[in-house]
Ligand binder design. Structure first.
Ligand code: PLP
Length: 392
């Protein structure tokens, strides 16, 4: 097992390393700047300045107005808040549209609403994880309160055509929420051009700490706060502001925005190197997702007749961190809901691994993964009960 300090970390869609610049920016708020931004005294009140600057930085990466940004505790809270607000402000509308491949923060709210008597349309995807836009158009009804879609899929990196989606949804006058937790910092998002009502993001996916997120709410959209209490965030989200982490997400957005193009090029070159290295050396593997419209950092790949979990454990022995597309439910390894929705064949879906890169990965790390993978896969195939599936 490699030393914990020199792991090869390729699980950045799960969480990212906090950028050193972000840590540095937050430090004063863990030390002398500990005031409560709502206090009447100057000492506490000065924190408002830092929050204001961070709000501008978050708005900056989205080309939004600072007043349209609400700080939350995480992406899940942002997603839940958008669904809550859209349904509470339009109680007469009892229908919501989303997809089968959303993150659990959205799936769970959909199931919760179904239990409360709402009708939810769960749109499917094709074998590359793509939406059928005509199906979306047909699904919208006069009683649709909200359409909620992800910008990019956390497992496969597949990007939905949000501009076209927004055009369709807005032509029906319906509200649109976009879960952009995996896209912010990786894709250019311009909310002056995209008619989206709500958009969720999360700090720990873009090199800020865990436990801070934001929700964009377009000016003019009626809003009902999910968390009730004090008047923080102009009455839109109660709770004493987490100033250090708000500073952190602000700095992380500023860093991501100023390096976006450079990083996209650098990270996608490494991801493509990894993909090419694996595909050329290992037979019977298949890249999952839409390779033409995919996050620059994500590679989801299935190895036929290999147990994904076993592969991850072997990688872990080399200090390589990745994640699998399976979830352990009631003792049996079920392929992920995303791969199932895409109809990935059983013998492949079980052997899927997600590698997700960041600005901190190097060519040497990628080459090390390419070096160890063929041996690991070949050893696992020797003991696989599905080995007979492999065609010569
Ligand atoms: N939405 C997507 C697409 C995600 O990938 C995640 C986290 O993995 C979330 C929402 C939830 O974000 P958080 O972990 O900040 O609650």
């Amino acid at each position: 097992m490699a030393d914990i300090t020199d792991v090869i970390y390729l699980d950045n869609n799960a969480t990212t390393r906090v950028a050193p610049e972000v840590v540095e920016a937050m430090m004063p708020a863990f030390g002398p700047l500990y005031g409560n931004a709502s206090s009447m005294h100057t000492f506490g009140g000065q924190m408002g300045r830092y929050i204001h600057a961070a709000r501008e930085q978050v708005a900056g990466i989205l080309n939004a107005d600072p007043e349209e940004i609400i700080f939350t505790s995480c992406g899940s809270e942002s997603d839940n808040s958008a669904w809550y607000s859209a349904t509470e402000t339009q109680p007469e509308k009892r229908h919501v549209i989303t997809t089968k491949v959303e993150h659990s923060a959205v799936l769970a709210y959909g199931h919760y609403l179904e239990d409360k008597g709402y009708e939810v349309t769960w749109l499917g995807v094709d074998d590359k994880g793509r939406l059928d836009l005509e199906e979306l158009d047909r699904a919208i009804r006069p009683d649709t309160a909200l359409v909620s879609l992800m910008y990019a899929n956390n497992e496969t990196g597949t990007i939905f055509p949000i501009e076209e989606v927004a055009g369709i949804v807005k032509s029906h006058g319906v509200q649109l929420h976009v879960d952009a937790v995996q896209a912010v910092g990786k894709e250019v998002i311009d909310l002056r051009k995209l008619p989206i009502d709500y958009l969720a993001l999360s700090g720990h996916k873009l090199h800020a700490p865990k436990g801070i997120g934001a929700l964009y709410v377009r000016r003019g959209t009626r809003f009902r706060p999910y968390l009730k209490g004090g008047h923080q965030e102009r009455g839109r989200r109660a709770g004493t502001e987490n100033v250090p982490y708000i500073i952190g997400i602000g700095k992380a957005c500023e860093l991501a925005a100023s390096n976006l193009e450079k990083e996209r090029t650098q990270v996608s070159a490494l991801r493509d190197r990894l993909q090419a290295g694996i595909v050329s050396a290992i037979p019977h593997c298949k890249v999952n997702g839409d390779q033409e419209h995919r996050l620059p950092n994500t590679l989801n790949i299935s190895f036929e007749a290999v147990e994904g979990e076993a592969l991850l454990l072997q990688l872990d022995q080399y200090g390589i961190c990745a994640s699998s597309g399976s979830a352990c439910t009631s003792g049996s390894l079920e392929p992920s809901h995303v791969l199932r929705a895409m109809g990935v064949p059983f013998t492949y879906a079980h052997g899927s691994v997600r590698f997700s890169l960041s600005r901190y990965n190097t060519e040497a790390e990628i080459d090390r993964v390419i070096e160890v993978m063929p041996q690991i896969v070949s050893e696992l195939r020797k003991i696989s009960p599905f080995a007979s599936f492999l065609k010569k």
